[in-house]
Design a protein around this ligand. Sequence first.
Ligand code: RB5
Length: 153
Amino acid sequence: MRVGFGCDHSGVDLKNKLIEHLKNKGYDCVDYGTYAPDVPVDYPIKGEEVAQALLKGDVEKAVLICGTGIGISLAANKVPGIRAAVCSEPYSAKMSVEHNDANIIAMGARVVGDELAKTIVDAFFDAEYQGKENERHRRRVGLITEIERKHSR
Ligand code: RB5
């Protein structure tokens, strides 16, 4: 699977560690930066960039990191078709895929440690969306898409 990575300055170190972790597991990792922890980059820029890459089909899923995971996920979620879930533990990461068909996992580099972050991405990438077999999950994710359409210009 091809996975996109994006972060602001606060997430550079964790992003690099997660890229190494997922590369070792055989994932094809695409790094959209940012690359320098000492040069501030506003998180919405990276959230949008990676979200657009995913929608274009350049990557199938993505990992976004900022200080809390909140800002960068809020930005990504403004792009129609993106379902970015901020997670600080593996259970939510698994459920975000199984029930919500999340296509991006977001984390806070100032919230989770490196080893916990690895268990979170593993739970996210090992999970499968259950909406193919389960009508209620399909319906609920469909309702999210309807809200998106209703409020799009
Ligand atoms: C940057 O200092 C910080 O505000 C940002 O990384 C993030 O936590 C925002 O949600």
